[in-house]
Design a protein around this ligand. Structure first.
Ligand SMILES: [Zn+2]
Length: 379
């Protein structure tokens, strides 16, 4: 069989394999890849399919803020999968973000996609949601630029993949965008118009990222303490999924920004099957840094001090804790060699933590058994 090398399989194969099931596939943003082995071991032991991903901001041709290029990331994750001997996973490019859509940016984006394809990525998320036209007279006009850029880049990925299947995610509402009244949520009408227009342009995404009340990273109270995220609007999410189904648009929802959402809430109340992909990012960074607190106190202190020094001025009125919490991700590149040369005991603890936490995510997402479903569909 083709999967003997434990390399990534197409994201589309995973989505097709779980079609119609009430399951969410975890997509882990492993900014510090030490957690990958633990995640894969848990995926193997629970028979759960999984996506491994980093966003453009985290991983680009210059290494993003994790210090990893697509080639580095692909290699490290592939090695972790090989070590564990786990086969049902996809290598996903999260948030290929386009901020203004001008010719230079599109050209740079093509170069990034080239590197991702060369690195063996099997799934891609085009995020042109920032190109929302607030002056548009109707939904179609508001989304026009997003539709145009998403189409152009989806066709480019298809061309570069040379007939190989791949997973495709697109984004209609910018995650976490706020207006004067709070978080802006994607409406069913926007989701339907967006996907219909893409279909007209012969672009057929498997998953759609919507704005439904989540935020990337942690959520804070007014004192700057990290609190649980209870803001994901479940009725609205269900309404979007229903509208897509009613219009016979075969696309699931990608839930971004899950860190901080209680897993019992996910388990009992998330519309699994409407949401089919769940992104977990900052959580895995916390696993590493929390382990460092005890196992590598010197390194942890250095990361804290570097972050405070660099970001205090730009964050007046915020507590030290919140400044560190919100910006320590930028320290990953700075302390790259230290982070990846910690003691074996530290790595072991990180992987054990990642393993245990993954079990709970897979259970809450009802993804136990999903890998076999995908395998069955492949044979
Ligand atoms: Zn996201």
């Amino acid at each position: 069989m083709k999967q003997e090398d434990y390399g990534p399989i197409s994201g589309s194969t995973i989505f097709k394999g779980i079609s119609g099931r009430k399951a969410i596939i975890m997509a882990a943003n492993t900014r510090i890849t030490t957690v990958a082995k633990g995640i894969f071991q848990a995926a193997k032991d629970t028979d759960s399919a999984v996506f491994m991903e980093l966003a453009r901001s985290e991983c680009d041709l210059k290494g993003g803020y994790t210090g990893l290029t697509p080639k580095d990331f692909g290699k490290r994750i592939r090695e972790a999968a090989e070590e564990v001997k786990f086969d049902i996973w996809a290598l996903h490019a999260d948030h290929i973000t386009i901020k203004n859509g001008d010719a230079t940016e599109i050209e740079q984006t093509r170069l990034l996609i080239d590197a991702q394809v060369t690195a063996g990525y099997t799934s891609f998320a085009i995020d042109a949601s920032h190109l929302f036209n607030f002056e548009g007279k109707n939904v179609r006009e508001e989304l026009e630029k997003n539709i145009q850029v998403t189409t152009e880049l989806a066709h480019y990925i298809k061309k570069r993949m040379k007939g190989e299947d791949f997973g495709l995610e697109v984004e209609v509402g910018e995650i976490g965008r706020k207006d004067g009244h709070g978080l802006v949520l994607t409406t069913p009408e926007e989701a339907v118009e967006f996907i219909k227009s893409l279909h007209t342009n012969e672009v057929y995404p498997h998953v759609l990222a919507i704005a439904n009340g989540s935020t990337h990273g942690h959520v804070y109270d007014d004192k700057g303490n990290v609190v649980e995220q209870l803001s994901i609007d479940i009725p609205q999410t269900k309404a979007v999924a229903k509208a897509l189904r009613d219009n016979k648009l075969n696309v699931g929802i990608a839930q971004h920004g899950i860190t901080g959402t209680p897993r019992d809430l996910i388990n009992q109340h998330f519309p699994k099957g409407d949401i089919i992909k769940g992104n977990v990012g900052t959580f895995w960074q916390d696993v590493v840094l929390d382990t460092f607190k005890v196992y590598e106190p010197g390194l942890y202190k250095d990361i804290q001090e570097w972050t405070l020094e660099k970001y205090r001025a730009a964050n007046p009125g915020k507590s030290d804790r919140q400044i560190v919490d919100g910006n320590c991700k930028f320290a990953i590149k700075e302390f790259f060699s230290e982070i990846y040369t910690v003691n074996k005991d530290t790595e072991k603890a990180i992987q054990a933590m990642a393993y245990a936490e993954s079990l709970i995510f897979f259970k809450a997402f009802s993804s136990y058994g999903s890998a076999s479903l995908v395998r069955k569909n492949m044979s």
